[in-house]
Design a protein around this ligand. Structure first.
Ligand SMILES: Nc1ncnc2c1ncn2[C@@H]1O[C@H](COP(=O)(O)OP(=O)(O)OP(=O)(O)O)[C@@H](O)[C@H]1O
Ligand SMILES: [Mg+2]
Length: 512
């Protein structure tokens, strides 16, 4: 007796179909799984046998059971094959209608009592299911909402217990598919509870954030403890352009594959904000590992990666950040295959001005020596700093500002200006490949799009001489000035655009 059940597996953030074939014959009791299963898949045997028995279905033990997971040359991992294997065995034993089974794609982990547990990546799998001939998708209850976001016309049946699935496939019980209104959920999930308005004062920091958001520039904030750096960074996603549905689906796929999607959320509609602690390992930051998982840079895809206390991160960890920052993706190579996780994020970093935190603070005196400060700052490598276009100082707000009733501009207003500046850039770069905002410009585009007049040139040469601006900073200043001009919808880069941009290079200046 042979049966066939369709299921799916993940490769990176995309899914592929897996056929679960079951072969039964009389003989000494045996239960084997082939097709490159990992340990979790091999352990399926125990869970499946227990789940079938505890569901009150007679489990014929006096048989040779062979399960094949095809295609057999790709490594299968995880526990999501439990349910398809159980259904395969019961179908081969004639307890389920074999015809009906082939119309569905079936996923789920089994508990020993037969109840169905959630799995990872059901959104990607639902998207894949659209390509097949399937009538429906049988998924664990907890994953139904996200699956329904991507399944299109394929119906999604949430199931809680093995017996329910058996009854459903045999036509003994009616189950309604879950129907979701994708647009409604998208607009519900696009609301963020945070607003830039909550931050008192700090007008120049908010302005720098607006410039960063408008041009897609990475930004670092330098300020004493408690000055509100974390508070400001958290609100950065609220001034970035609204997420499109396509972006939301892509980001949700990554979180779903990592198993980090909350069960009642079908979609991540707000740009993600990830703030890993500085003790994080390189694998956790960029992804990978023995069973590859997306790292923080991928979880921040289409959103913000916030690295607080940047100099405290280990050197090798900051080093591995460079590749994803450049390519917008992470590639993980293994002997048999390679995976890619998308990782387009904006970097927001924060640091204290010195080890004690109070250098330049008017109310506290700094206890650090000049070499200590230099050593602290030099922990951020040149190549990383090169990818951060804006440096902004965040002084502590005084009591008067903090208690002022005046509330600042709401995020929505700032976002509108950001969006307008982005449109200007999209028009500018229509003929350039892979460039969508000013931050992406390479030196030849900078020469082409960031022309400055005589007055501007003089300003720049003064800045290099007097402020101690490094030559390396020159291109970054031009890019940022381009964005400031775009925010004003000015074709030309004028002197006041340049002088504002020069202010955002405080880490390039010598420590006085
Ligand atoms: N400008 C501000 N407006 C309103 N509240 C503020 C402001 N600045 C700081 N606060 C308050 O101070 C708290 C501490 O700020 P936050 O944690 O963002 O500081 P920080 O600069 O990140 O400090 P650290 O260096 O210790 O990480 C905030 O939670 C907020 O309540
Ligand atoms: Mg903080």
């Amino acid at each position: 007796m042979i049966s066939k059940v369709y299921s799916a597996a993940l490769m990176g953030i995309d899914a592929y179909l897996v056929e679960v074939e079951t072969h039964l014959e009389k003989g000494m009791p045996y239960f084997g799984i082939v097709g490159l299963p990992d340990n979790a898949v091999k352990e399926s045997r125990e869970r499946v046998a227990a789940a079938i028995k505890n569901s009150g279905i007679y489990f014929v033990a006096q048989q040779r059971i062979t399960i094949n997971l095809a295609p057999a040359d790709i490594k299968k991992e995880g526990s999501s094959y439990d349910l398809p294997i159980a259904i395969g065995i019961l179908t081969a034993q004639g307890k389920i209608d074999a015809q009906a089974v082939e119309d569905y794609l079936i996923l789920g982990e089994l508990a020993l009592d037969g109840s169905i547990r959630p799995i990872h990546g059901s959104l990607s799998i639902a998207i894949k299911a659209r390509e097949g001939h399937f009538k429906g998708l049988i998924v664990p209850q907890e994953n139904a909402r996200e699956a329904a976001m991507g399944s299109g016309s394929v119906k999604v049946y949430p199931m809680g217990h093995l017996l329910d699935v058996v009854n459903f496939l045999n036509g003994n019980a009616d189950f309604d598919p879950l129907v979701v209104d994708v647009q409604r959920i998208f607009s519900e999930e696009s609301q963020s509870p945070l607003d830039l308005r909550d931050v008192k004062g700090q007008e120049h920091v908010k302005r720098a954030m607006e410039v960063a958001a408008a041009g897609g520039h990475n930004i670092i904030m330098i300020g004493p403890p408690g000055s509100g750096k974390t508070m400001l960074a958290r609100r950065f996603p609220t001034i970035l352009p609204l997420m499109s549905l396509e972006e939301a689906i892509e980001t949700t796929k990554i979180h779903s594959v990592a198993g980090l999607l909350p069960p009642d959320h079908g979609l991540i509609g707000v740009r993600p904000f990830r703030s890993p602690h500085h003790t994080i390992s390189d694998v956790a930051l960029v992804g990978g590992g023995r069973f590859p998982r997306p790292g923080e840079v991928s979880l921040a895809h289409h959103g913000v990666l916030f690295l607080d206390e940047l100099p405290e991160f280990k050197k090798n960890v900051l080093e591995v950040l460079r590749q994803p920052m450049e390519d917008g993706k992470v590639s993980i190579a293994r002997a048999a295959f390679s995976l890619t996780y998308p990782a387009k994020f904006m970097l927001v970093a924060a640091m204290n001005p010195c080890p004690c935190g109070y250098y330049g603070d008017p109310t506290h005196s700094c206890t650090c020596t000049l070499p200590q400060i230099q050593k602290y700052r030099s922990r951020i490598s040149g190549p990383l700093l090169d990818r951060i276009d804006l440096h902004v100082e965040v002084p502590a707000v005084n009591f008067k500002q903090l208690t002022s009733e005046r509330s600042g501009e709401p995020s929505a207003v700032v976002r509108e200006r950001v969006q307008r500046a982005r449109e200007v850039q999209l028009k500018r770069f229509v003929n350039e490949k892979n460039i969508y905002c000013n931050a992406h410009m390479e030196s030849n585009q900078i020469r082409k799009y960031c022309k400055i007049d005589e007055q501007g040139k003089e300003l720049m040469s003064n800045a290099i001489k007097n402020v101690g601006l490094s030559a390396r900073a020159y291109d970054r200043v031009l890019k940022v000035a381009r964005t400031i001009a775009d925010l004003e919808e000015s074709e030309q880069i004028l002197a006041h655009h340049l002088s504002e941009a020069i202010q955002y290079r405080s880490l390039d200046r010598e420590i006085p």
